[in-house]
Write a protein that binds this ligand. Structure first.
Ligand SMILES: Cc1cc2nc3c(=O)[nH]c(=O)nc-3n(C[C@H](O)[C@H](O)[C@H](O)COP(=O)(O)OP(=O)(O)OC[C@H]3O[C@@H](n4cnc5c(N)ncnc54)[C@H](O)[C@@H]3O)c2cc1C
Length: 574
């Protein structure tokens, strides 16, 4: 009886949905990540919908994230970047794709979209419209920026122009303006094409979506590999005749080729013109079902303003992962009448830096402090797999958490191997609302070529947990240096005399951890001490010895001397 009822209920649901979408005209503007995904998913959900995809460029559903790797030569075959064709879309998904067709205006009252292509201008009716127009790279207007050796990279034609220029002119020098992930990928591509390449970044460090110490690690890697990095300076203009870029401080940098990669802003001309609401961050405003202020218009991708899952604030996260997921969710909501909410994103991202990788999930320390969290920070610098197995490489990790409730707020990592895996695991942990103590218990795959019995994730969680419980209190390198400078506290460096001699924090004293028990009388239990070693482990042991001997005010500098070096400023190196 129950079975019959369920069968009836399912049948009824399907038929009412079929009715709702029968012959429904769905127009999608923008045919790459979000738009193409939405089109394909809508078709999988409904055979009866009439789907048209409008794309102003010559290609649909191409791999824009792969463009830098064709320029570098890593991807040899250009056609691999072109994932679908209009014909392929029609055959497989029965989606009508109009390329080289620009949407010019939306008449919301009559539900018509004005388009222009080689056949001229015309109007197309819609029942539901999806805006997935992405964004446009910001291209600053300044002297020389229209020269033929100055480029941006956003589309396949942009990529082709750069590639052809390199083939025809064999440039020897390049300047990349902007040190975000596309700028870094392109700097590496130009370097691979034998150009002496300089990155100019106006912010104090490259990769400003990460905290400064990670910017510094990335800069070190680039400089070690003969790329130039100039930070904290803007660009004044491009000098066409001398083939140089002039900086705001007057310096001139040789540049046979210049690439601007200074950010992206949402493509909102259609939305604004037809009066859709725009959010405070400058992205298109949508509700939790990705529906704009007009219930017949949905939107997905870089065009949007979305919610950051940690801060609960509105943000723009122009990345391919969120764009693809939003495309799927829009499809669900268009077909099933708003059944699938979009809950926002963490902004998890990863970038290849020569032989290394930098990755982040969640929010930075800077943002966490600005938002008023009671911020806890710990670092580890640990081999990515068992140190005794050949090929172990240092992975630098930072965990950011809320000291009030041990909630994980974010993580960043840099290293040669295993960085993406650690950041992805922490992204999953955040998604699952796991806390610091849960990370200590994660049962992660281990064999010496892959990890350690205590994976770096377990290790960083141990450090955080020890700090939170007071078993082994920690202090950040920044706070430690500030206090030492004021003369309030003394730093005990527990490394060997040989290590200490090579470089140490000014005014620190050297008591190797193995001698600490026998030299306690040299210290005053009433005073505040910070302890440090190379990476934090011997500091932890020293912390415990001191605490067990009634020293009440001791803290381990998290990340040890390596983190102090990244903080910089009060260090003597010999
Ligand atoms: C070089 C490069 C590398 C990247 N690498 C990564 C990466 O490694 N990881 C990552 O997560 N993200 C990366 N991204 C970002 C990622 O590609 C974007 O977040 C994603 O493509 C956004 O998808 P979207 O559908 O919103 O917009 P887009 O993919 O930009 O598509 C929007 C489309 O809409 C079309 N359009 C706009 N207006 C109109 C109109 N009026 N009429 C018709 N068509 C219109 C545009 O021509 C465009 O093709 C990279 C981007 C670039 C450019």
């Amino acid at each position: 009886m129950i079975w019959l009822y369920i069968k009836f209920a399912i049948k009824f649901r399907v038929s009412s949905e079929e009715e709702h979408i029968m012959g429904k005209k769905i127009l999608i503007v923008g045919g790459v990540a979000a738009g193409a995904t939405a089109a394909a998913k809508i078709r999988r959900l409904s055979e009866s919908a009439e789907i048209t995809l409008i794309e102003r460029g010559p290609y649909v559903s191409y791999a824009n994230c792969g463009l830098p790797y064709f320029i570098s030569g890593d991807i040899k075959n250009r056609s691999k970047l072109l994932l679908q064709t209009p014909e392929g879309f029609l055959k497989r998904y029965n989606v009508n794709v109009l390329i080289e067709t620009e949407a010019l205006g939306i008449n919301r009252k009559d539900k018509k979209l004005k388009i222009r292509n080689k056949n001229g201008e015309s109007l197309i009716d819609y029942d539901t419209l999806v805006l997935s127009q992405g964004g446009n790279p910001i291209f600053p207007s300044m002297p020389g920026s229209n020269s033929e050796h100055v480029f941006k990279l956003w589309t396949v034609p942009d990529m082709d122009r750069i590639h052809t220029f390199i083939e025809d002119h064999k440039p020897k020098t390049a300047v990349v303006v902007g040190g975000g992930f596309i700028g870094l990928e392109m700097a590496e591509a130009f370097h691979a094409r034998n150009m002496k390449t300089t990155i100019v970044e106006m912010a104090p460090h490259v990769m400003s979506t990460m905290d400064p110490e990670f910017g510094k690690l990335i800069e070190q890697k680039l400089i070690e590999n003969d790329l130039g990095v100039i930070t904290g300076v803007g660009v004044k203009g491009v000098l066409e005749n001398s083939k140089e870029v002039e900086l705001s401080d007057g310096r001139k940098i040789p540049a046979d080729l210049v690439l601007f990669s200074v950010g992206v802003k949402p493509e909102l001309s259609l939305a604004k013109e037809c009066g859709l609401e725009i959010g405070d961050t400058g992205g298109l405003l949508v509700n939790k079902f990705l529906q704009t202020s007009d219930p017949f218009i949905y939107a997905a991708g870089d065009i949007l303003e979305i919610t950051n899952k940690i801060s609960d604030k509105k943000v723009r996260i122009p990345l391919a992962g969120p764009a693809n997921r939003q495309g799927r969710i829009v499809a669900d909501n268009v077909i099933h009448n708003n059944t699938t909410p979009y809950n926002g994103a963490l902004g998890t991202s990863v970038v290849k830096i020569l032989d290394s990788t930098a990755a982040i999930t969640g929010i930075t320390e800077k943002l966490a402090r600005e938002l008023g969290f009671e911020v806890g920070i710990v670092y580890i610098h640990k081999e990515h797999h068992a140190s005794y197995y050949p090929g172990a490489q240092m992975i630098h990790m930072k965990l950011i958490f809320d000291k009030k409730n041990s909630k994980i707020l974010g993580a960043q990592a840099f290293g040669r191997n295993g960085v993406d895996k650690r950041i992805d695991v922490i992204a999953v942990a955040i998604q699952g609302n796991l806390k610091v103590e849960d990370l200590t218990e994660l049962d992660l795959a281990y064999a010496p070529p892959y990890s350690s019995a205590n994976d770096p994730i377990n290790m960083i969680a141990f450090v955080a947990q020890n700090s939170l419980t007071g078993f082994s209190p920690t202090i950040t390198p920044k706070e430690a240096i500030e206090k030492i400078k004021l003369g309030d506290s003394t730093l005990i460096d527990v490394r060997t005399p040989e290590e200490f001699k090579k470089g140490h924090v000014k005014s620190s004293i050297n008591i190797p951890v193995d001698e600490l028990r026998s030299r306690l009388k040299e210290l005053d239990p009433e005073k505040e001490y910070f302890v440090t070693c190379r990476v934090g482990y011997r500091g932890h042991l020293a912390n415990r010895i001191l605490l067990e001997n009634n020293f009440k005010k001791v803290k381990n500098v998290t990340g040890g001397y390596l983190s102090l070096q990244l903080e910089g400023g009060f260090i003597e190196e010999f």
